[in-house]
Design a protein around this ligand. Sequence first.
Ligand SMILES: Cc1cc2nc3c(=O)[nH]c(=O)nc-3n(C[C@H](O)[C@H](O)[C@H](O)COP(=O)(O)OP(=O)(O)OC[C@H]3O[C@@H](n4cnc5c(N)ncnc54)[C@H](O)[C@@H]3O)c2cc1C
Length: 414
Amino acid sequence: MRVVVLGGGVVGVTTAYYLARDGAEVELVEGADAIGTDATGGNAGLIAPGHSFAWASPRAPGMLARSLLGKQTAIQVRLRPDPELVRWGLRFLRECTAERARRNTLVKLRLCQYSQQQLDRLAAEEQIDYLDGHGGILYLYRDARELELGAAKMQLLADHGQEVRVLDATGVVDVDPVFAPVEEKIAGAVYGPTDASGNSQVFAQRVAEACERLSARIRLSTNVRSLRADGDRITGVVTGDGVLEADVYVLALGVGSAAVARTIAVRLPIYPAKGYTANFPIHEGNAPTVGGVDEELLVAWAPLGDKLRMTSTAEFAGYDRTARESAFGNIMRLAQELFPDAADYAAGERRACLRPMTADGPPVIGRGRYANLFFNTGHGHMGWTMACGSSRAVADLIQGRPPEIDLTGIGYRW
Ligand SMILES: Cc1cc2nc3c(=O)[nH]c(=O)nc-3n(C[C@H](O)[C@H](O)[C@H](O)COP(=O)(O)OP(=O)(O)OC[C@H]3O[C@@H](n4cnc5c(N)ncnc54)[C@H](O)[C@@H]3O)c2cc1C
């Protein structure tokens, strides 16, 4: 069976890997000149089933309203005459009930938990060093009342098999001594001891090399323009390098997926949520030793080798990737308040990148109206965590095997 996988982020590459390992003849097509340069290259690095909460929640409409009034909120929307944003936004608001938020969170949690197992297995089998850390993740609170609320919220995940512990400030320092000098500034944390971190771009690049060892072809610098269809089948992909034909096609283009799907009149409920990423050179011995999220500022961090990765913000502002200096305000504030000596904050790279968000939260995995077109896209803020499990499931579907994971709530929907 010949399969063309569209997209060379962590989702496309892991799909290609599982298919090649199953014996398929695989070709992966990526527009950039390297693997994993988009969302995969800019995420916080957290492998975090403990962070599976759906963004569409009863609190979200208030946050969006405050953002429209010009307040600095973690989720921001820039109103613009964009029918795609309006359609997506209305679907998002529909998901903001307590019941739907709970359901979407549990769908994501199931996939994240399964995916972490698959990631650990793949990394062990291929002996991939991806600058990974396995000391857990701290979900940090500055305020005692907020910690109480955070712990109560976490109970949902705990009730569904996720290990979580509530720590006071001393407990936080025991997990990561970097907080010793600022112990009085924090109330405590919800600690996910089984959560992890790692560099998804390094991982994706090593997996791409494994694909090539399995005889898959990795075709870089090749833009995907459109799909061609005849009846209920896809007959080819039009690229900048000509038309590619295969028995099966997998759409894993991240935020590029919706535009390519539209060329065969298929709609995907995916819209970009822009985030900001900084990568600072670590001062050896002074940096955090585990990843975390400041639940007040919604800034995430992870030590990735000799770099401290920090990310923040979700802006619904179309496909613009401009990295305004002012957008790094919360990252710099957290760095100065909690670990001022951890890294060289004057150096390092800063960039913006786009999360491929579905309105309800879970990704889109499986088939729509075309028999030989599979989706593996829309992984939103958790795609590094979900990649291996999603791709294992897509490979199973393509091979006609029942996936090990229940895909209810993750299939094609609009
Ligand atoms: C700021 C930020 C922080 C995040 N933090 C975390 C985290 O801590 N943990 C976590 O689990 N997830 C996190 N994520 C989410 C995660 O990074 C994404 O969900 C994941 O990388 C999506 O992978 P992907 O392969 O689908 O997309 P991408 O990595 O974006 O890959 C898609 C690829 O398709 C290519 N492409 C697109 N269109 C075309 C086209 N027309 N032709 C050819 N090629 C094309 C792109 O060049 C790109 O390489 C974060 C994301 C952001 C932005």
